[in-house]
Every structure is written in structure tokens, then in C-alpha cells.
Write a protein that binds this ligand. Structure first.
Ligand SMILES: C[S@@+](CC[C@H](N)C(=O)[O-])C[C@H]1O[C@@H](n2cnc3c(N)ncnc32)[C@H](O)[C@@H]1O
Length: 185
């Protein structure tokens, strides 16, 4: 009887350990993110979306979407469609939970992908809170994939030599605004 209990405990411990390992593998990012998660304060999110004049006709992409606050706010406040892209599956789960709590799950999609390889061509507004170096690396993709007239808004960081059309300050933070120019023949 005692041997059977010991055997059962042994099997149980191994099953639990295996499921914990499987869970942590499933939650690990595809590769390490290029920048860690630091959320944009809500008042800055609001200012970014206002600056981009977001409406219900827009498709708002947040590249590196963290807890999803930018696409969720765009959907909740303006009725826009939102798409968030993040390498970290924990952020994707958090964003989906937040979208559900905000009642906008039908309007937002969160993709567990690399922002450098995801097709972003149906965006009409792109939001960024990355790093100056990542924005610079992203510039050719923005110019190549986005339609002329697409609005780009970045919290805190510029995009290389691309001169912003507008810059505002919100509680000591800079927000930059550009529109994608007509393609050169
Ligand atoms: C500074 S946080 C910004 C979060 C959100 N956009 C905001 O403003 O609140 C950057 C996010 O980008 C994600 N990230 C970093 N590199 C990435 C990549 N190559 N592709 C997709 N997401 C990435 C991180 O996991 C993190 O959640």
C-alpha cells in the first residue's frame, strides 16, 4: 500500500513538473523582444490618438503593443479597428484580457509576431513606443508598406532624419507625428 502511494506521488510530481515546463515554454517569446515592456501613460495614449485624428474608419496598428492599451483605447473611444503586435505571448494574453474587460474584443486583434516581419499594409494609423534605433530600423518598412497619407505617431522617439510635421509635449513627454508621403516613381 505504502509503495503504491509512493509510486503515485512520484508519477504525480513528474506530471506536474512536465506541465510547468510545457507552460513556461509556451509562454516564452519567439525571440527576446528588442525593447522591454514599459506602458505609455493613458494621458499620452489619449493625446497620440487625438493627434492622429482617429475615427471609426481607421485601422490603428500599435507596433510592440504591450498590454494593448493603444488599440483598445482606439476601439473603445473612437470605434476604430485595432491591431497590436507583440513578441511576448504574456503581453498578448494580457492585451486580450484587457480587450475583453473593455468590451472591444470584436474590434481588436493581437498578433504574437515580430513587428519587423508582420504585414502592416492595411494600417491607416501606426503608433510606436520603441527606441530611436528601432524606429530608424523600421523606417524603410513604414515607407515600403504603408499607403500614402497613413499617419504615424511616436511616443518619445523620433524616426531618424524624418522631420515630424508636429510635435507636442504631454506631461513632459514628447509625441511626434508624420504622414507617409506619396511614393516616388
Ligand atoms: C515600450 S513597450 C510599448 C508598449 C505599448 N506600445 C505602449 O505604448 O504602452 C514595447 C513593447 O514592444 C514589444 N516588442 C519589442 N520588440 C518587439 C518586436 N521585434 N516585435 C514585436 N514586439 C516587440 C515588447 O514586448 C513590449 O511589449
Amino acid at each position: 500500500m505504502r509503495r503504491r502511494t509512493m509510486l503515485l506521488s512520484y508519477v504525480l510530481i513528474h506530471v506536474i513538473a512536465a506541465s510547468l515546463v510545457a507552460k513556461s515554454i509556451a509562454q516564452a517569446p519567439i525571440r527576446p523582444p528588442d525593447v522591454m515592456f514599459v506602458p505609455t501613460p493613458q494621458e499620452v495614449v489619449d493625446a497620440m490618438l487625438k493627434m492622429a485624428k482617429v475615427t471609426a474608419n481607421d485601422v490603428v496598428y500599435d507596433l510592440g503593443s504591450g498590454d494593448g492599451r493603444i488599440p483598445i483605447t482606439a476601439a473603445r473611444e473612437y470605434g476604430a479597428r485595432g491591431v497590436g503586435i507583440d513578441l511576448d505571448p504574456r503581453r498578448i494574453k494580457e492585451a486580450n484580457d484587457n480587450a475583453k474587460a473593455a468590451g472591444v474584443s470584436d474590434k481588436v486583434t493581437f498578433l504574437n509576431q515580430d513587428l519587423f516581419t508582420t504585414d502592416i499594409s492595411d494600417a491607416t494609423v501606426v503608433t510606436l513606443y520603441l527606441l530611436a534605433s528601432l524606429n530608424l530600423k523600421l523606417l524603410p518598412k513604414l515607407m515600403r508598406e504603408l499607403k500614402p497619407g497613413t499617419r504615424v505617431v511616436s511616443h518619445a522617439f523620433g524616426i531618424g532624419d524624418w522631420k515630424p510635421e508636429r510635435t507636442i509635449r504631454v506631461n513632459g513627454r514628447s509625441v511626434y507625428y508624420w504622414t507617409i508621403p506619396e511614393k516616388q516613381p
